[in-house]
Design a protein. Structure first.
Length: 449
C-alpha cells in the first residue's frame, strides 16, 4: 500500500453525535429480535458480511463465528491482482475458489475484491505502462470476472483510484497514466464478462461529503449519464475515533444517482466511542433504502490489518464486544427495507419491425480503443438489429459486450443479444467492443430485423 496506515484516519472529523438518525419507518415486524448480525440485517433485505481469507478456513473457533454471524464474505486478499495473476497470463484461483465454495455451501453471497487497484499489483504489472499495461489490465478484468462469473454478488471493479486531499481528482498511478478512461474500460470489460454481478467503485476517506467523495460522485454521475455500466459505490469506512456528520447524507447522494451503496470495509479504532460509531454507521445505512449491506474488515480484533487498534466486533478470544451489541441492536431497530436487487442488466420492452441508426464513440489509446455504439430505433419499434462496422486494417475486435460479433477484423457484424433486441420507437440501446489498432469510423450501418 502506498497509503500510510495511520495517516488515513486523519481526514475524519466532526462528532459521531451529528450522524444519529432516527429511522422513520420501522418495518421489521418480527416478534423476536434476531440474534445474529446476518439474520438481523436480513430483516430489512440487507446482507452483513466479513472479510476473510482461505487460510482461515481451517481455524475452527474463527469459522464458528464467521458461519454463525455473516451472510456474505469478501476475500481480504485472495482475489487481488497479485494473488490471481502472479505471472502474466498464469491465473491462480485456488484460494478464491475455496472461499466461493465455502460461501455457497453456507448460503452466503460473495463480494469480489478487487479487479484493478494501484496497490498489490504483481511485479510484472508494476513494470508495464501505456498500451501494454492497459491491455493487460483489461485482460485481467475479463479473465477473473469470467472465471467467477455467476458466483459474485458485487465486484469491486476499481479500487482507490481517487486522490486524497482537496483536489477531488484521480490518484496518479501506472493505471491512471494509461488514460483517464481506464476506469470505464474496466467496468465495461467486467460487465461483458459477468453481466449478473453488481459492479462497484470502492474507496476510503469517503465517509462524508468531502472533495474526494465529490470527485467520485461526479464520476458516477457522468458514468450514469453516458451509459457506462456501474451499479454501486463502496464506502470502505476505515474509521478513527470520530464520524463525519455528513456520513448518511453522503450515502444518500450516491443512492440518488441510481446506484447502490455498500459499506465495504468497516472497522473503527478502539479508544473513542467505538460502539457508538459502529451503531451510527449501521443506522445510516439502514436509513437509506439503496444502502444494501455492510461488510466489516475482519472478524476478531486479532484478525485485523490495524494491529493494536482492536477495530472489530469480536475480541481476540472471539467474545462479542460492546460494538457487536450496538450493531445488532441498530439492525434490529430496523429501517426502510432495501429494494430486492434487480439483476444489473434487465430486459427492455416492446417488439415490431422498423429502421434503426447507429452512432459510435471511441475511447482510444495508443494501440487500442473501446467503442460504444448507440443503436436507435426510427419511428417504429424494432425487434432485432445488426450493425456493420468496418474495422480498420491491422486491427481486430478482441472483446464485445451487449452484442455478439461475426468476424473480428475487416467487415464485422454485431447483432443484438437476447435482452436488447427489442427497442421501442425512438428508443435506443448500447453495446460496445474493444479492439486493437485504430478505431472505426463514427457512423456504422444499422439494419433492423
Ligand atoms: O489496507 C486496508 C484495506 C484498504 N482497502 C483495500 C483493502 O484491500 C485493504 O486491505 C488490506 C488487507 O487487509 C491487508 O491484509 O490490504 C493490504 C494490502 O493488500 C493487506 O496486506 C497485505 C500485506 O501488505 C502483505 O504483505 C501480505 O502478504 O496482506 C498480505 C496477505 O497477508
Amino acid at each position: 500500500m502506498t497509503i500510510p496506515r495511520k495517516g488515513r484516519f486523519a481526514m475524519l472529523s466532526a462528532a459521531v453525535a451529528g450522524v444519529v438518525v432516527a429511522a422513520s419507518v420501522a418495518v421489521t415486524g418480527s416478534a423476536e429480535a434476531a440474534t445474529t448480525l446476518g439474520a438481523s440485517a436480513a430483516q430489512t433485505g440487507r446482507y452483513f458480511g466479513a472479510a476473510t481469507s482461505a487460510f482461515k478456513l481451517s481455524d475452527t473457533p474463527y469459522m464458528t463465528i464467521l458461519n454463525r454471524e455473516f451472510t456474505s464474505l469478501v476475500p481480504e486478499n485472495d482475489m487481488k491482482w497479485d494473488a490471481t495473476e502472479p505471472q502474466q497470463g498464469r491465473f491462480t484461483y485456488t484460494n478464491g475458489d475455496r472461499l466461493v465454495s465455502h460461501a455457497q455451501s453456507r448460503g452466503m453471497t460473495v463480494r469480489g475484491h478487487a479487479l484493478l487497484w494501484h496497490a498489490q499489483q504483481p511485479a510484472w504489472a508494476q513494470s508495464l505502462s501505456g498500451a501494454a499495461l492497459r491491455s493487460a489490465a483489461i485482460n485481467h478484468v475479463t479473465q477473473v470476472a469470467t472465471h467467477f462469473r455467476g458466483k459474485i454478488h458485487s465486484w469491486d471493479v476499481v479500487n482507490e483510484a481517487f486522490a486524497d486531499g482537496g483536489s477531488g481528482g484521480r490518484r496518479d498511478s501506472n493505471l491512471q497514466r494509461t488514460g483517464n478512461d481506464w476506469i470505464e474500460a474496466a467496468f465495461r470489460a467486467a460487465r461483458a464478462a459477468d453481466p449478473g454481478a453488481r459492479l462497484c467503485y470502492n474507496d476510503y476517506n469517503t465517509d462524508g461529503i468531502n472533495a474526494k467523495s465529490t470527485g467520485i460522485y461526479n464520476m458516477v454521475r457522468d458514468f450514469k449519464a453516458r451509459g457506462v455500466p456501474i451499479d454501486c459505490v463502496g464506502l470502505q469506512s476505515h474509521l478513527g475515533t470520530t464520524l463525519d456528520s455528513t456520513y448518511q447524507q453522503n450515502i444518500q447522494r450516491f443512492a440518488d444517482l441510481g446506484v447502490d451503496v455498500q459499506i465495504t470495509e468497516l472497522d473503527v479504532q478502539q479508544g473513542g466511542n467505538q460502539a457508538g460509531i459502529f451503531a451510527a454507521v449501521t443506522r445510516a445505512c439502514l436509513a437509506v433504502a439503496r444502502c444494501t449491506g455492510i461488510t466489516v474488515w475482519g472478524v476478531r480484533d486479532s484478525d485485523s490489518w490495524r494491529t493494536g487498534q482492536n477495530p472489530l466486533l469480536f475480541d481476540a478470544n472471539g467474545n462479542k464486544k460492546a460494538a457487536y451489541t450496538a450493531v445488532l441492536d441498530a439492525l434490529n431497530a430496523g429501517g426502510p427495507t432495501t429494494p430486492s436487487s434487480p439483476p444489473p442488466s434487465s430486459p427492455p420492452p416492446s417488439p415490431a419491425p422498423g429502421g434503426c441508426t447507429a452512432a459510435l464513440t471511441l475511447n482510444s489509446w495508443n494501440g487500442g480503443y473501446t467503442a460504444t455504439v448507440r443503436v436507435t430505433a426510427g419511428t417504429s419499434a424494432v425487434s432485432g438489429w445488426s450493425v456493420g462496422v468496418a474495422v480498420p486494417a491491422g486491427g481486430a475486435v478482441t472483446n464485445t459486450w451487449n452484442a455478439t460479433n461475426t468476424g473480428a477484423s475487416g467487415q464485422v457484424t454485431f447483432r443484438n443479444v437476447g435482452y436488447n433486441g427489442q427497442i421501442a420507437a425512438g428508443g435506443s440501446t448500447e453495446f460496445g467492443f474493444q479492439g486493437t489498432g485504430t478505431g472505426p469510423a463514427a457512423t456504422p450501418a444499422c439494419t433492423a430485423a
